[in-house]
Unconditional design. Structure first.
Length: 653
């Protein structure tokens, strides 16, 4: 591990919100010792129609009763009001969103006033379709302004949005619509991907048909015309966005929401079962995303901030839309991909808009690093003051490249650890106060109280290696699994009584810095996309020729982790290249392209214990070429299997 520590230049520190380590420590201690006082000060920076009665109420221990987390109870507010209406007086003409389209030269600047009008108009469309407070609205869209407009419109009238990443398949979309019984679906005709238009509405149609077969009718589907491609519009159900908004007024009253009313659902993968509907509620999420955004990205008026994530994931929800807009920021929304029209696109875009804060994922950094520095050197990146990283541990080589070639050894890097479940950033440097070490997320944000536990759940002290858990709630924490509170309790609170179990392994060094070491469960992280191995396995075994499948992650240079699938076939089937491509296609159809296995290993049998449990530990070792450390294989029902798997593996790789 590197001993290098970066201390940001004094010229930036002068204006920073938090300037020194002492300031950080003082505020951090206050946030932990007097959380109610601390979060009152923070929440007071937002507009509340009615103030809360109590700051926080909770039970974190299953042994004492149901898990319960409440913040700002009794308070009434609206997140869209805080993101738009309250800025109109002072920043109506300021740009809220900069939309950078897929093709060079295609862009749009939308002021707070314009965004407000677009949101009101679309909120009125939703109302005209019968959408009421508490109804669920599914969103399946590319990165176009209408996506942000739809979210904010839902939140304005109290409808719960459920965004499904546009790269997911029709099957995946239908499962998510069914789980929360969405009444309306908002989508587009297609998506621009590089030089091509790719259809999207067809998937939405298939998904809605699948829902209908299960007895659930999506009443209305609003379609944005993005690519101008031919689509089928079903009479009585499908309507065009541009036609619908015409008749609607640009005023729409705000629905005052209880702080603990649901704001949105976002599905995420766990180690078992189908994806969980992570539910975030209005008040706590609003305060937490706004405050973390301001301090961590050290956002000041007139800064141009860019997060390259897709809004289909939590990073886009919290740090493209809600966090930045509640702080009156100018936030860039990018429709394209990092390598179109060439691998200089990110840097060209930073140069074009004079971006001050740039937030991306290690997988993108590694992919661009592989293309060489010449793409970065072509552009003027002197506007940058801060860089960020999210989604997976950033390996020190990628960190150093980012630091040197993008940040010119001048910009701090905030490596932000968090999860869909946490709503906002949990462990991170504050850019000018906390010195950074490549590969470490550094220290907890205000109000976050992490512990490292051993396998028995005993807290470890000082420098150590353990399982990351959080004691005490923070405002941005998920409140439940939609419609399944029992699952929420089981997944996050049963493992270690009294703690939120995060699912990541972690090391703490002598300086108290945290180093995330990766998941301790069967979740893998492919290009920053979270996936349950069980989901990919069940997609594989749903193919008629497959008897059994075991999926594991293996180290991948660009993606971080790749997907390695061990597959046993039914007796009637024989392994072939054709079947291999069929299986890959099948997984794409069931889940989406991001879940496509990199390696499919046709195995004669899988290593199992005598009780029939697949020994994944052994498969993991085989996939990573660690044949000498297989451990004890004597408990296997048939130890011979291992030798043949090793032989096959060597041939494959
Ligand atoms: C991983 C994304 C190391 C981690 C915001 C976590 C990270 C999972 C980091 C959540 C980081 C995210 N360093 N690991 N900076 N950020 N992770 O729900 O394993 O898509 O549990 O949320 O990504 O992924 P999710």
């Amino acid at each position: 591990m590197s001993e290098f520590k970066f201390h940001a230049p004094d010229e930036y520190r002068k204006n920073a919100w938090i300037k020194t380590m002492d300031e950080y420590k003082q505020m951090y201690d206050q946030s932990i010792e007097k959380p109610e006082e601390f979060w009152t000060q923070m929440a007071d920076q937002f507009y509340w129609e009615k103030r809360w009665d109590s700051v926080r109420d909770y039970n974190y221990s299953i042994s004492k009763g149901p898990i319960n987390i409440e913040w700002f109870k009794g308070g009434k507010t609206n997140i869209t009001y805080n993101c738009l209406d309250r800025h109109l007086k002072d920043r109506g003409d300021q740009t809220a969103l900069i939309w950078e389209g897929n093709s060079i030269g295609e862009d749009r600047e939308i002021s707070y006033k314009e965004l407000y009008e677009m949101v009101c108009q679309f909120a009125n469309v939703l109302k005209s379709k019968g959408v009421q407070k508490g109804d669920r609205v599914a969103i399946y869209m590319p990165m176009i302004p209408e996506l942000a407009v739809t979210m904010l419109a839902c939140a304005r009238i109290g409808a719960i949005h459920s965004i499904v990443f546009g790269g997911f398949s029709a099957d995946a979309l239908s499962n998510r619509i069914l789980d929360s019984l969405c009444k309306v679906l908002v989508t587009s005709d297609g998506v621009m991907r590089g030089a091509k238009a790719v259809p999207l509405k067809g998937n939405a149609d298939t998904a809605m048909d699948l829902c209908e077969k299960q007895g659930h009718l999506v009443e209305c589907c609003v379609v944005v015309n993005r690519t101008g491609s031919e689509v089928e519009m079903k009479q009585g159900r499908d309507v065009w966005w541009h036609e619908q908004i015409q008749a609607q007024s640009m005023d729409c009253p705000v629905e005052w929401m209880d702080a603990e009313d649901p704001l949105f659902i976002l599905y995420t993968s766990g180690s078992t079962g189908t994806p969980k509907g992570v539910q975030h509620n209005v008040g706590g999420y609003m305060v937490y995303t706004g405050i973390t955004f301001r301090y961590i990205f050290d956002y000041h008026d007139n800064d141009i901030y860019w997060c390259t994530a897709d809004i289909g994931w939590v990073t886009g929800h919290s740090y493209i839309v809600y966090g930045p807009l509640s702080q009156g920021a100018t936030s860039i929304m990018f429709e394209g991909v990092p390598n179109y029209p060439d691998p200089g696109r990110f840097w060209a875009t930073v140069d074009k808009w004079k971006v001050n804060q740039f937030y991306t994922a290690p997988t993108a950094i590694r992919a661009l690093m592989a293309q060489g520095e010449q793409w970065v050197e072509k552009y003027d990146l002197s506007s940058l003051r801060l860089l960020g990283s999210v989604g997976e541990p950033i390996n020190p080589e990628a960190w150093k490249w980012y630091f040197k070639h993008v940040g010119k050894e001048r910009c701090p890097i905030v490596d932000t650890w968090w999860q869909t479940e946490t709503g906002g950033i949990m462990i991170t440097a504050l850019p000018y106060a906390i010195d950074q070490k490549p590969g470490s997320a550094t220290l907890p944000f205000f109000g976050v109280n992490p512990v490292l536990l051993n396998e028995e759940g005993k807290p470890l002290e000082g420098a150590c290696d353990g399982i990351l858990a959080i004691q005490e709630p923070w405002p941005g924490q998920m409140r439940t699994v939609y419609n399944n509170h029992e699952r929420f309790e089981k997944v996050y609170f049963q493992m270690f009584d009294g703690y939120y179990f995060a699912g990541d392994g972690c090391r703490r060094d002598e300086d108290g810095y945290y180093w995330i070491t990766g998941r301790v469960d069967d979740v893998i992280n492919v290009s920053g996309h979270r996936m349950g191995t069980a989901e990919v396995e069940s997609a594989l075994v749903s193919h008629k020729e497959v008897a059994e499948a075991a999926v594991i992650g293996f180290p991948h240079d660009i993606k971080g982790q790749g997907i390695y699938a061990f597959v046993t076939l039914n007796v009637s089937a024989t392994p072939s290249d054709e079947l291999l491509s069929q299986l890959k296609l099948h997984v794409r159809k069931e889940i989406g392209p991001i879940a496509t296995p990199d390696i499919i290993h046709f195995a004669p049998a899988l290593p199992k214990t005598r009780s029939g449990k697949i020994m994944r530990r052994i498969l993991r070792k085989i996939a990573t070429d660690e044949f000498d450390s297989l451990g004890d294989i004597s408990t296997l029902a048939d130890p011979e299997v291992v030798g043949s798997l090793i032989e096959n593996h060597k041939e494959l790789t």
